[in-house]
Design a protein around this ligand. Sequence first.
Ligand code: C5P
Length: 218
Amino acid sequence: MGYNIAIDGPAGAGKSTIAKLVAKEKGYIYVDTGAMYRGMAIYFLEKNISPEDTETIAADCKNVKVTIGYEEGGQQVYLNGENITGKLREEAVGNMASKISAIPAVREALLGLQRDLAKTKDVVMDGRDIGTCVLPDADVKVFLTASVQTRAKRRFDELTEKGETCDLAEIEKDIEERDRRDMTREIAPLRQAEDATLVDSSDMTIPEVVAAITALCH
Ligand code: C5P
């Protein structure tokens, strides 16, 4: 069993930024489970299957193979052999991922892959259900959160920096909707594991959050 650090939390809490830095500092592998759900989402988007069509999606899951590769540019995600890393961050992909992640067959299909990675390697894994479901025996569990306003503002700044026009109120609404979906789904809902440490990053800098998490590792 590798050394496992689980970081869960709502959309936009900065999990991937923090998890990447913690992984770098510890020399561990960073596993972005959201990217796996996004990979699945691309498959169903490209096939034009509606997220409401849960029966078709459940039956088709066996034909989807999402794999992760580690190359110099960081984590690469493959969908049935094709590198789809460049498409993962699209808004439509995030929305589709948020919807299909409530379907049990989708979660089941990714669970084995996530556990296998953690079994053989030292990992920092981020997601929504890592501490509660995927790695209940993780060595360190963190629930990383921030206020809705803070998360929306960060996302707004990120998009503006990329030259995209966006609306802060709309981003806030979208984040709230995504939180609601993640927290109220029946299977593996987003919640803080009982033995997780709560880190609220609203008023913390990135280095402060990284230091708080690495201090928990022994
Ligand atoms: O974290 P990210 O925004 O990339 O995740 C995309 C979607 O995948 C989330 O909105 C969430 O619904 C889902 N997800 C999940 N469980 C995880 C990781 C992500 O349900 N462990």
